[in-house]
Design a protein around this ligand. Structure first.
Ligand code: DX5
Ligand code: ZN
Length: 227
């Protein structure tokens, strides 16, 4: 039985009440906090950095924080996120001049490392680094914004990566990010994902509208995964 992990993307949370939002979604049964870092350079949007990660830790968040860096360059900011309490740090291989070095730097800083693949990024970037990644993240939308639709070709890509991970014998999580909802999470799991990022699929209503919304969505996702 695979241990499926659900990772709400706080990109769609209410940033004015971020600590409370993260507390609430974790209390509803989420496993990991997915933390989207955008730099208005590698991707056309600007979000949050190490200070906000540190603020969540100071607020009392103890769950793993999964820092998805959509930034270029990559290396300069890695130690800052490690100090800020990141658990996973993942980056896009196109954004790093020296992928092997960036992966090692993440592990040297005491974090878990990962590579992120855009919909059209080839998997060959993994060829010589399977022993240096703890997570492989497949984007099922083009990075930069929440609320986009899942690109179906990602299902085949997931199946390919699942084979690569199983053949490698390494303990590597396979994460999917973009357009994950209650109604497609089961087929995404069937294609081989074990870690599910969902932003707009979870933070689609504010607490004032429905105080139990996160409980409901998380329960529905778990039910789908248990099928
Ligand atoms: C997009 C981000 C995602 C985003 C997903 O660049 O990496 O994590 O928040 O949002 P949804 O789940 O709404 O597609
Ligand atoms: Zn993300």
């Amino acid at each position: 039985m695979t241990d499926f992990l659900i990772a709400p993307s706080i990109l769609s949370a209410d940033f004015a009440r971020l600590g409370e939002e993260v507390d609430n979604v974790l209390a509803s049964g989420a496993d990991i906090v997915h933390f989207d870092v955008m730099d208005n350079h590698y991707v056309p949007n600007l979000t949050i950095g190490p200070l906000v990660c540190e603020a969540l830790r100071k607020h009392g968040v103890t769950a793993p924080i999964d820092v998805h860096m959509m930034v270029k360059p990559v290396d300069r900011i890695i130690p800052d996120f490690a100090k800020a309490g990141a658990t996973y740090i993942t980056f896009h291989p196109e954004a790093s001049e020296h992928i092997d070095r960036s992966l090692q730097l993440i592990r040297d800083e005491g974090c878990k490392s990962g590579l992120v693949f855009n919909p059209a990024t080839p998997l060959s970037y993994l060829d010589y680094v399977m022993d240096k990644v703890d997570m492989i993240l497949l984007m099922s939308v083009n990075p930069g914004f929440g609320g986009q639709s899942f690109i179906p070709a990602t299902l085949d890509k997931l199946r390919q990566v699942r084979k690569m991970i199983d053949a490698s014998g390494f303990d590597i999580r396979l994460e999917i990010d973009g357009g994950v909802k209650v109604d497609n999470i089961r087929e995404i799991a069937d294609a081989g994902a074990d870690t599910f990022v969902a932003g707009s699929g979870i933070f689609s209503k504010v607490r004032a509208e429905d105080p139990h919304h996160y409980d409901t969505i998380l329960r529905q996702m778990r039910e789908e995964l248990a099928k």
